[in-house]
Design a protein around this ligand. Structure first.
Ligand SMILES: Nc1ncnc2c1ncn2[C@@H]1O[C@H](COP(=O)(O)OP(=O)(O)OP(=O)(O)O)[C@@H](O)[C@H]1O
Ligand SMILES: [Mg+2]
Length: 277
């Protein structure tokens, strides 16, 4: 009898351990980002702008997502909330397993430095700093990273984007495409959980734009999680998953087309009314 109880207990422990393992596996595949009913209203001089109107968005680790939509539909606002540059007016946001919607400025800065890599349309490199110093910069805010480690990691990051031969140049001595590649290296250097890119090709000619897109694709193939805003449907289609924003809401592709056609029709009607007036 005692033996049977012992066996039974062993099976129970085994089952419990297994279910823990399953949960662990599920956790490792868990959502990196989970936004629920995210709203953002800007208040200026008694004018209220509803930039985001109830966003539901999940991003899994390793996903490559593009966001498109007409000008003013809330793409940059969404990206700045995803990147903890701003806080939502309402809604829940979980990033890497933690609730982050209502953190203090200092806590947000800390998590941002660890989890987020930004790539902006205008590159945003610091003109007075050399390429290598620009890339090292995010690590200077990390406690416990030595000077040597900083330099080594920055070098490694520049090698990944094919810019290690321009360490001592200043941003103004580089082409636009090269500057954006340095900005990608800076975004990568802290090994963030996600890269957020707002119109990364917006200031580039098509050849340089394509190179930056190929670089993002390459990073994704090596496991990077990327969320990119773009106006260019060709680039949006290079992502693994496309989402469409309209008037601060996520809509599906068909709905997006219908809303666009409706807007075009309204603009044409207004133009005709103007002409006949
Ligand atoms: N700081 C702010 N204060 C007031 N209104 C803002 C602010 N930032 C954005 N908005 C408004 O929120 C709306 C969404 O702006 P957002 O910049 O997110 O659009 P977008 O989709 O990125 O547009 P674009 O494609 O032109 O970059 C717009 O109506 C804009 O005027
Ligand atoms: Mg924008």
């Amino acid at each position: 009898m005692e033996k049977q109880i012992h066996c039974f207990l062993c099976i129970l422990i085994l089952l419990a351990t297994n279910s823990l393992c399953v949960n662990k596996t599920m956790n490792s595949e868990e959502l990196l980002i989970c936004m629920q009913n995210i709203k953002k209203v800007f208040y200026t001089d008694e004018v209220e702008t509803r930039a985001l109107a109830g966003i539901e968005l999940d991003i899994r680790q390793g996903e490559y997502l593009s966001i498109t939509g007409p000008s003013g539909c809330g793409k940059s606002t969404l990206l700045s909330l995803l990147g903890l540059l701003d806080t939502p007016t309402e809604g829940r946001y979980r990033l890497a397993g933690s609730e982050v919607a209502d953190l203090s400025i200092a806590d947000r800065a800390h998590i941002r430095n660890k989890e987020i890599g930004f790539i902006f349309q205008a590159f945003n490199l610091i003109g007075d700093l050399k390429v290598i110093e620009n890339v090292e910069l995010p690590l200077t805010y990390r406690p416990g990273v030595s000077r040597k480690e900083r330099r080594d990691r920055a070098l490694e990051s520049l090698e990944r984007v094919g810019m290690a031969h321009r360490l001592n140049h200043y941003p103004s001595q580089l082409s636009g495409g090269q500057q954006q590649r340095v900005a990608v290296a800076r975004a990568l250097v802290g090994q963030p959980s996600i890269l957020l890119a707002d119109e990364p090709t917006g200031n580039l000619d098509s050849r340089n734009g394509e190179q930056v897109m190929l670089l993002l694709e390459e990073l994704h193939k090596h496991g990077a999680t990327i969320c990119m805003v773009t106006h260019d449907p060709r680039y949006a289609a290079m992502a693994e998953r496309q989402i469409f924003l309209f008037d601060g809401q996520v809509v599906d592709e068909e709905e997006m087309q219908r809303l666009r056609d409706e807007e075009d029709r309204r603009v044409r009607e207004l133009a005709m009314a103007d002409r006949s007036a």
